[in-house]
Structures are given as structure tokens and as C-alpha cells.
Design a protein around this ligand. Structure first.
Ligand code: TXA
Ligand code: MG
Length: 330
């Protein structure tokens, strides 16, 4: 049975944090909020507990986990030296949505590293996450969804995916950012963005010395399943394009959803679709609702999802990365 605890992030109930810490120390799994998405935490040094994460999510064992810390001392217990430029990034972006992949010490369990030589580490910026880590030590935690589903941005999403499979959920409401951390490999130069996320490429570049360089390569993370909608996703760059599409689909009996942030441009078409999702024009705000929408699209059995594109820069390109992955077919 899963126990649900409601928490006020601004006024933490320490008894709840203590209970959750006890569960973690016993090798149980606890879902907790971070500023990005909800995570599914286990004691990072307990192999048996970490194995339970893979079982609960149905996750492939060759996909490594991020270790969440609340201090730099904890990082030093996980990695074989922190590269100086990585330290710059920590000073600027931690606590926050940046995961740094570094050389792991051998005490990091194989299950966390998925057999590799490296470990991803991040310091989350959420009072509940920080308090739990202070209480129970570093937490290995993937997003708290079933493998192949969108990352959860509310405790309700966690319940839908993992109820009965984990010991507890700490519910402190919706997460702030709504999109996962950026995963950056800093073991060799140029540094490699393995997954775009909450800290944009532009922000990273602004802190790094010019000679470091950033390479965007998801070669590693791309091997793993990402959320794909049942619906076919069509990215729309302007009203003209949609006009043509709407002719093509009219009368075909397909149910159509439309995610739009400039509805006035498409006013004549909105009536024709089955479900309109209006997003914020600012991609920083729009990412907050993206995963909720993707879950809803499949729940409503929508066949075709039109998605009004955002300019490919900053958070706009992160958002479009997730939309393309949702629409990918292989
Ligand atoms: O915002 C986030 O990052 C959330 C919250 C809970 O912190 N966590 C999260 O974890 O999204 P997960 O497991 O769902 O995604 C982590 C990604 C995976 O694609 C994984 O392959 C990659 O990071 N990753 C983790 N450790 C790695 C490593 N040592 N080397 C390469 N990639 C790694
Ligand atoms: Mg995930």
C-alpha cells in the first residue's frame, strides 16, 4: 500500500520528513517533489533499494540514475574529483535543474551507474527534496513515472502510474518548472549535453570559458524510451499550413487536438478541432503544462495532435525537443 503525505513546502512538517527518511533508510521507495518533476527516491548506496526503482518503473537496467544531493560534500563522496569548470556550473546553477555526469567512485552501486564508469549528480532546488536528502542521505531518483510515460508534475500523476508499487508519496503540489533537468557530461571536452532541460544551452555557455565548447549529443540518452503519444504529432509553424491540414483531415472521423499559444491566428480553425489546449506564449511558462497535456491527449484518445511550434531558442528549443520526442515513431 502506498501512503500519501501532504506537505506545505513553505512550512515543512518535520515528522513527515522523518517518516519518509525512515522508509528510505529501510530500503523503501519514496516519491518526492523537486523543482523539475517528481522523483522516485531510494538510498543511493543501497543496491537492493535501487533495484526496486527499476522494478517499480519497469525501467531497463542499462539506464543509469541521477543521484540527488544536498551538499557539495556529498558530491565528493560520489565522484572521483570535480572538474574546475563543473565547479563553476555548480556555483552558478545549483541548487537547480542541472545534472552533471562525472567519473564515479567505485562505492556508487553498479545499479545506479547501470554498469558504467560515470554518475549523474544534481542538487535539487525544492525544500521537500532538500529536507529529505538531509534526513536520509543522497537519493538515487529517476522521474516518478512508469517507464514510457511522461514525467509527473503532480502527485496525482505519480499515483496514476505507481500506486501500490512504492511505499510513499510526498505531495507538495505541482512542480515549479515542469520539465526535467539538463544532463551535461563534463568528463571530457567539449562538454556534452546528453539531454536538454531546465538550464538552457545559452545559460550554460554564458558561464563556461569560451574554449570549453558545448556539444549537443543525445547519443546515449536517445537509446532509452521516451514518452511517445498514441496520437500522431504534427508540428505547425503557421496558420496557412494548418488550413491545408484541416482540409486533409475534414470528415475522416479522426479526433484532433490542437495545442496553440497564439489562438487569434487560428480563430477560424479552432471550432473544427475536438480539443483545444491553450499554452502560454512564454515557453518558460508553457513547459509547466506540457506533460499534463500529453497525458490528457492519450486519455481522450486523440488521434492527431497539432502543435503550434515555438522559436527554437532557449526554453523554446527544450520544449520542442520534448514535443518531437512525443511524436517520434520508430
Ligand atoms: O529533473 C530531473 O532530472 C528528474 C528529477 C527527479 O531530478 N530526474 C529525471 O531522471 O528525469 P530520469 O532517470 O527520468 O532521467 C535521467 C536521464 C536519463 O535519460 C539517463 O539516461 C540520464 O539522465 N543519465 C543519468 N545518469 C547518467 C550517466 N551516468 N550517464 C549518462 N546519462 C545519464
Ligand atoms: Mg524519466
Amino acid at each position: 500500500m502506498t501512503v500519501y503525505y501532504r506537505l506545505d513546502a513553505a512550512n515543512l512538517d518535520l515528522e513527515i520528513i522523518n517518516n519518509a527518511g525512515t522508509l528510505i533508510r529501510r530500503g523503501e521507495l519514496v516519491a518526492f517533489p523537486t523543482e523539475t518533476v517528481y522523483g522516485l527516491g531510494a538510498d543511493a548506496f543501497n543496491s537492493e533499494a535501487v533495484k526496486r526503482i527499476f522494478a517499480a518503473k519497469g525501467r531497463k537496467p542499462d539506464n543509469p540514475l541521477i543521484v540527488h544531493v544536498s551538499s557539495i560534500e556529498q558530491v565528493e563522496e560520489l565522484v572521483d574529483g570535480i572538474p574546475p569548470e563543473a565547479r563553476l556550473l555548480m556555483e552558478r546553477f545549483w541548487p537547480g535543474p542541472l545534472t552533471l555526469v562525472m567519473q564515479a567512485l567505485s562505492r556508487v552501486p553498479d545499479e545506479v551507474r547501470a554498469g558504467g564508469e560515470t554518475v549523474g549528480v544534481r542538487m535539487p532546488d525544492h525544500p521537500v527534496a532538500r529536507a529529505l536528502i538531509q534526513q536520509a542521505g543522497p537519493l538515487a531518483a529517476p522521474s516518478a513515472n512508469l517507464s514510457g510515460r511522461p514525467s509527473p508534475t503532480t502527485a496525482e500523476h505519480v499515483r496514476k502510474d505507481l500506486d501500490g508499487r512504492i511505499a510513499a508519496v510526498l505531495d507538495a503540489g505541482a512542480t515549479g518548472l515542469g520539465i526535467e533537468s539538463t544532463v551535461l557530461q563534463v568528463t571530457s571536452k567539449p562538454f556534452r549535453i546528453l539531454r536538454p532541460g531546465g538550464i538552457t544551452r545559452e545559460e550554460l555557455q554564458s558561464v563556461l570559458p569560451a574554449d570549453i565548447g558545448l556539444e549537443e549529443s543525445e547519443a546515449r540518452t536517445d537509446r532509452y524510451p521516451h514518452y511517445q503519444t498514441r496520437a500522431q504529432v504534427l508540428i505547425i509553424s503557421g496558420p496557412g499550413e494548418l488550413e491545408e491540414l484541416s482540409h486533409r483531415y475534414r470528415g475522416k472521423g479522426k479526433s484532433i487536438g490542437f495545442v496553440v499559444h497564439k489562438p487569434n491566428d487560428y480563430r477560424h480553425i479552432l471550432d473544427e478541432v475536438d480539443q483545444v489546449y491553450q499554452l502560454e506564449g512564454d515557453p518558460e511558462l508553457a513547459v509547466r503544462s506540457l506533460y499534463e497535456i500529453l497525458r490528457d491527449v492519450d486519455q481522450r484518445n486523440i488521434d492527431i495532435l497539432w502543435f503550434e511550434s515555438y522559436p527554437e531558442q532557449g526554453m523554446g528549443s527544450v520544449l520542442m525537443d520534448r514535443v518531437r520526442k512525443a511524436g517520434r515513431r520508430e
